[in-house]
Design a binder for this molecule. Structure first.
Ligand SMILES: Nc1ncnc2c1ncn2[C@@H]1O[C@H](COP(=O)(O)OP(=O)(O)OP(=O)(O)O)[C@@H](O)[C@H]1O
Length: 635
């Protein structure tokens, strides 16, 4: 029974801002946040939310820098290094040009003001012309700078997202990440949201730093000629201010931004899960529970965001004081010399202008600490994703794999352990299945039947021993829950091949003819489906339209179509009536003579030559069907 009250209570507590910063930051989601949600999930569905890593990093901005560099370098050292460096160089050059333009403007401005104060008509109009010329050059220059920066961000985002996606889909990492509980939260959010934010912030901040650097050099020259003491003062002032600000605010803001991103991902994940499981939730009347879970996640997100706003406000307060404290300093220092007639009036404004430019350049980090902490959080999350992908694919104690020449399946002393290492489901299992033989795996629920298939398929690698099986392209797995991708009816039937390029299905030379698809639909007792949905090109939400039994029959059709050397069926006919199941197994034997099934029904025994039976404590017995029947005469 779901105790939704508890979640609401937590949500209420959280919403009323009883969450203290220390608790949220120092002991992040484990106790206050996710533990509540996990507890709810355990109570409600018995399922723990996969992939939640609730810890926010406890690192300073400086410590995140190597992580940022690791992620940032990928593009500049990867296969597109020349174009990436080209875009970056162009952006830097344009930045330099815009800075030079600004320095030039300061001189034009100075001339203008001096001419005005000296009632120099000719000088005034001369300066106006110079201004017009500057606008003529500056307008396209600034537009080009924006264009290059936007393209740089987009290209970087495209490359990084597609690189991360390749890692995510390669080697079935998406599966392993999802099933290795607690390793990483919301990888999808990291690829979709964090990457563009990372690229955007990196470019904006880096170009900003480059621009400010040029500006600092340019205006330091201007200021040095008039008031060198101001330049020295500014350097010391900025160094102390930056150090003080990053030490007090940097780490906190980064942690909070990290947590905001995490909570946003969690909330979205919850809502997507509700959508995906809408029917089950509606049948259970589980909307209250789902709503309270989502409300809790929203409350946690808002609580962290509120604390972040408080810290940002303190930061703004401090930077306002810090910046405005020096605003009159240049006038105070240069005015006496103007009154003495030693400098022109325009010099005062130029010095003030140069002073403010150098100050903003030197205090760039301080003024952009909010953005910088956001970038640090994104860098941390992307680096963690890259590390998790690497870690998951790094060799450890695992089940060795080799390829058999024909459809033979040989297991030698195989141990299978759950990805978290908590249970050993299979100990020293050895058997071989020759071509033409078939195996039924039986045992009580939760004993590890599907896990054994996962290990044979290479999805689970933790354990020991060796598996010899045909290459992946010659095997076909029907999982417990059929997957119905988006697309036409044709693409459903051809999955996992594309509807356009069906060549690789069983070494075919061309696309699968419609007549064959229709005849196979008939074979799996779905002949009426094509007319019902309006043809093979009809496109609907298949997982909603088709019953579970119909989905299982579609999945079976895929198996018949692909004609693998070795097929695996994980309770693939569990939702079907016995006569349909018999018809499907008869069809299966004519298309694929070597197969392994998992199932609970005793009728299944007759379609197989061997049985693998779970005994106890990870021990299994492999025998012929005759031997199995003699041990279980009542079946
Ligand atoms: N990703 C995972 N991490 C840790 N434990 C897991 C994971 N997936 C499954 N398990 C556990 O491994 C055990 C075996 O699961 P498996 O799905 O193989 O059972 P099964 O025999 O196929 O059950 P059923 O007949 O109910 O489908 C279960 O106790 C399950 O909770």
């Amino acid at each position: 029974m779901v105790k939704s009250g508890s979640s609401l209570e937590i949500a209420r507590k959280t919403d009323s801002s009883e969450v203290e910063l220390e608790n949220l930051v120092e002991q992040p989601t484990e106790q206050k946040t996710s533990s509540g949600a996990i507890q709810l999930n355990v109570q409600g569905t018995g399922e723990q939310r996969p992939g939640t890593t609730p810890k926010a990093p406890h690192t300073s901005l400086l410590q995140v820098f190597p992580k940022w560099l690791r992620v940032a370098r990928l593009w500049f050292e990867g296969d597109e290094r020349w174009s990436s460096r080209g875009w970056a160089l162009l952006a830097v050059l344009l930045s330099l040009a815009t800075t030079l333009m600004l320095v030039h403007v300061s001189y034009v401005h100075r001339d203008l003001e001096t001419a005005m104060s000296g009632k120099d008509k000719g000088g005034f109009y001369g300066a106006i012309w110079k201004y017009a010329l500057v606008i003529l050059v500056a307008a396209p220059l600034f537009a080009a700078t924006d264009f290059v920066e936007m393209r740089l961000v987009l290209e970087w985002r495209r490359w990084l997202t597609s690189t991360l996606m390749s890692g995510y889909f390669a080697n079935r990492t998406f599966f392993k990440l999802h099933h290795q509980l607690g390793l990483l939260d919301n990888p999808d959010q990291r690829m979709c949201d964090d990457v563009p934010a990372f690229a955007d912030a990196s470019v904006t901040l880096l170009i900003g730093i480059v621009r400010k650097f040029f500006m600092m050099v340019g205006f330091s020259g201007v200021l040095w000629t008039v008031a060198p003491s101001l330049v020295l003062f500014l350097f010391v002032y900025a160094a102390v201010g930056t150090w003080l600000t990053t030490s007090v605010f940097g780490k906190r803001l980064m942690q909070l931004q990290y947590m905001v991103l995490q909570k946003e991902g969690d909330l979205r994940f919850d809502l997507v899960r509700t959508r995906e499981n809408s029917e089950s939730i509606a049948f259970y009347n589980g909307e209250k529970h789902e709503e309270s879970c989502a409300t809790l996640r929203l409350a946690l997100l808002v609580a962290v965001a509120r604390i972040r706003i408080i810290w940002s406000t303190f930061l703004a307060l401090w930077t306002n004081f810090y910046q405005h404290a020096t605003i009159l300093l240049p006038s105070l220092l240069t005015a006496p010399r103007y009154f003495e007639g030693k400098i022109e009036f325009g010099v005062i404004t130029q010095v003030s202008f140069a002073f403010s430019r150098i100050e903003s350049a030197l205090n760039y980090i301080l003024n952009h600490l909010n953005e910088l902490s956001g970038l640090a959080a994104e860098a941390e999350r992307l680096d963690a994703l890259l590390s998790a992908i690497k870690q998951i694919n790094s060799p450890g104690p695992s089940i060795a794999r080799s390829t058999s020449e024909n459809s033979e399946l040989v297991l030698k002393s195989v141990n299978v352990t759950t990805p978290d290492g908590s249970r050993q489901l299979c100990k020293g299992l050895s058997f071989s299945l020759a071509p033409g033989e078939s195996l039924l795996i039986v045992g009580h629920s939760g004993c590890g039947k599907s896990s054994l298939l996962r290990a044979i398929a290479g999805l689970w690698t933790r354990g020991g021993g060796s598996v010899m099986a045909p290459p992946p392209g010659d095997m076909f797995f029907l999982p417990q829950k059929p997957y119905m991708p988006l697309g036409t009816l044709r693409s459903q039937l051809l999955f996992p091949s594309g509807s356009e390029s069906a060549q690789w299905i069983s070494n075919r030379d061309g696309p699968v003819p419609d007549a064959e698809l229709i005849s196979l639909l008939d074979r799996v007792h779905l002949s009426a489906l094509v007319d019902r949905v309006g043809g093979l090109e009809a496109e609907v939400e298949w997982s909603h339209l088709l019953s579970l039994g119909e989905q299982q029959r579609v999945a079976f059709l895929r198996l018949l179509l692909h004609c693998p050397k070795l097929a695996f069926l994980d309770e693939a006919t569990g939702a079907l009536d016995t006569p349909t199941e018999a018809a499907l197994y008869t069809a299966l034997r004519s298309h694929c003579s070597t197969f392994v099934s998992v199932g609970h029904r005793s009728e299944l025994v007759q379609y197989h030559t061997h049985v693998l039976e779970h005994e106890e404590q990870g021990r299994w017995t492999f025998s012929t069907v005759q031997a199995y029947r003699s041990r279980h005469p009542l079946l």
